[in-house]
Design a protein around this ligand. Structure first.
Ligand SMILES: [Fe+2]
Length: 298
């Protein structure tokens, strides 16, 4: 099942104002006091932020810059081979730094000039309705921490590398930026949390882990694949299934592992028709009916 707490390390604030980021026992930074302190410092800055203020300017350490640089260097040839055309065009147009971690306001300046999207800071998990709802206004809630340097290959949590290298380039494209926005508009129509969860799973299997046939090749358009150089190596070998909204919206999955099943669209047009069509028309009633069909089939 989709468990938010699995995806994000919970952040709590004590009465004295101290902030704790609760890393799972098997998190690569769990036994690294310096990493934990750094996560808490960055979370605290996000919690202190208020709308209208500049995003917290994080002074990234040399170690953090090195992780960003390593991931950018390793991903570049893979994006060239495996990313959809619009994403590759966005890499050039955005021209984000590859030698240092950009601050969120710098990301906003570049992305908003192309497509109007803004980044705002998030300490950790943002409630689903806030996270998805904000997409309707072209606002993206983003973490600012960097994954643990021991495993730059993969992070179970959405760190700034995922948020910016994965989503930022998609938000800068006409097709995938619009799909993010339509997901937000859909989320705002829903009142039942179960239906919002269904929508978040469709989002997961498309804008996070979607693959598509383009120019006769299987390519990735999901932010989760495009920001993970472990995942981007593997995605062509995984089980590919045709787009199926009922299956996608009700699937069980383990977000802490590589995705074993991916949904493969026949074309970009099919993504727009099926996923975009779902986001455009989904209501509490239509989603409840789809979930009911899935339950009846099992
Ligand atoms: Fe994401």
């Amino acid at each position: 099942m989709f468990e938010e707490a699995q995806l994000y390390s919970p952040v709590t604030t004590e009465a004295d104002g101290s902030v704790t980021v609760h890393l799972a026992h098997d998190h690569p930074g769990a036994n690294d006091p310096a990493y934990r302190a750094r996560r808490e410092e960055i979370a605290k800055a996000a919690l202190a932020w208020r709308p209208g203020q500049p995003s917290p300017a994080i002074s990234y350490t040399e170690e953090e810059q090195a992780v960003w640089e390593t991931v950018c260097r390793e991903l570049a040839p893979k994006h060239e081979r495996y990313a959809v055309t619009e994403y590759r065009a966005a890499l050039e147009r955005l021209a984000l730094p590859t030698d240092h971690v950009p601050n969120l306001d710098e990301v906003t300046a570049r992305v908003s000039a192309l497509s109007g999207w803004r980044y705002v800071p998030a300490a950790g998990l943002v409630p689903l309705d806030d996270f998805y709802g904000a997409l309707a206004d072209r606002v993206f809630h983003s973490t600012q921490y960097v994954r643990h340097p021991a495993v730059p290959l993969y992070t179970p949590e959405p760190d700034i590398i995922h948020e910016v290298i994965g989503h930022g380039h998609l938000l800068a494209t006409p097709t995938f930026g619009e799909l993010h926005r339509l997901a937000g508009i859909a989320a705002r129509r829903l009142t039942d949390p179960e239906n919002l969860r269904f929508l978040s799973k469709v989002f997961w299997f498309s804008l996070e882990f979607g693959v598509v046939i383009e120019d006769g090749e299987v390519r990735a358009y999901g932010a989760g694949i495009l920001s993970s150089y472990g995942e981007i190596e593997e995605f062509r070998e995984m089980e590919h299934r045709s787009l199926n909204l009922v299956e996608m919206g009700t699937a069980d999955y383990d977000i802490t592992a590589y995705q074993p099943v991916l949904y493969l669209a026949e074309s970009i047009d099919e993504i727009v028709d099926v996923i975009g069509g779902f986001f455009t028309t989904a209501t509490d009633e239509t989603i409840a009916a789809m979930a009911h069909r899935a339950a009846a089939a099992t």
